[in-house]
Ligand binder design. Sequence first.
Ligand SMILES: *Cc1c(COP(=O)(O)O)cnc(C)c1O
Length: 352
Amino acid sequence: MKKHNFFAGPAILPASVLKQAAEAVTDFGGMGLSILEISHRSKPFVAVMDETEALVRELLGLSDDFAVLFLTGGASSEFYLTAMNLLDKDETAGYIDTGSWSAKAIKEAELFGDVEVLASSKDQNYNYIPADVKVPSGLKYVHITSNNTIFGTQFKEWPETDAPLVADMSSEIFSRRLPLEKFGLIYAGAQKNLGPAGVTLVIVRKDILGKVKRQIPTMLDYRTHIEKKSSFNTPPVYPIYVSMLTLRWVKEQGGVEAMEKQNEAKAKLIYDEIDRNPKFKASVTEGTGRSLMNVCFLPTNPDDTDAFVKAATEAGCVGITGHRSVGGFRASIYNSMPMESVQVLVDVMKNF
Ligand SMILES: *Cc1c(COP(=O)(O)O)cnc(C)c1O
């Protein structure tokens, strides 16, 4: 039976990408060698790096003011790297607390400077995005988690601030168009919407770096990786290669704008059913920041939980159990998720 993959992360990748990725493990581009066994400094791999960066730039429309980096350590390492590289001891950064990932980012930033929590939705178990956040001037940067993978919320409007925005976009990068002029730094672990686990994409405006007084260890300094084109040490070659294949696929689909349209249509299909069907209720109220990527919903009768997971599983839908801190269900419908699979899940809901 065909499987419909609703896992939150690592998550679905296009079937064509997986096929090419599998082929490259035994024979990369007709070389007679595996992508896993060639030097990261060899011409064929340098070409992969260059193309991946070029695709990131083209798809997002990045100017040369931004550097594009492929790092390791996951989005979780960016929680401290951003603060270590951008925030001095006597400076203040603003953070908007919209979930567990934001809270972790705040905890790490506090090791390096002052953190002002500008708004939080913790009072309602993070089921909304705080509206009209007043951001004081004089902050070094303002950090947001633009899409909250666990709680199913997403910023629809970007905070008004004179400081650069630093955004954790792990679970939505390349899913919608972005007003780049507002951003100083964007980071994303690949395994939600881009590729396999193991590489973290960092996009940073170069002029915000080099301003802190502290000594930064070489490997933790973004400038090292800018200067060495993400190859100061051995980069995660295979996750980068598979991410390149996904970005080629995004481009073939019509780019980020086409993804955005498709993502809106997929999310509408499922939210409409949640709102219509008395058996279910949405975790996030319409108008308070419903995510287009992670659709969280609950059974009206908690006793229905196991029966619905069973019905979905019988239809081939996997990975719909909600995060333990929210309960209920979560359908992650990233870029690679086809409309047909969302329809299968919606049909299960209709027939339930
Ligand atoms: C998954 C996730 C993370 C953690 O990513 P790692 O690569 O596992 O460190 C951080 N932020 C968000 C929004 C996520 O979805």
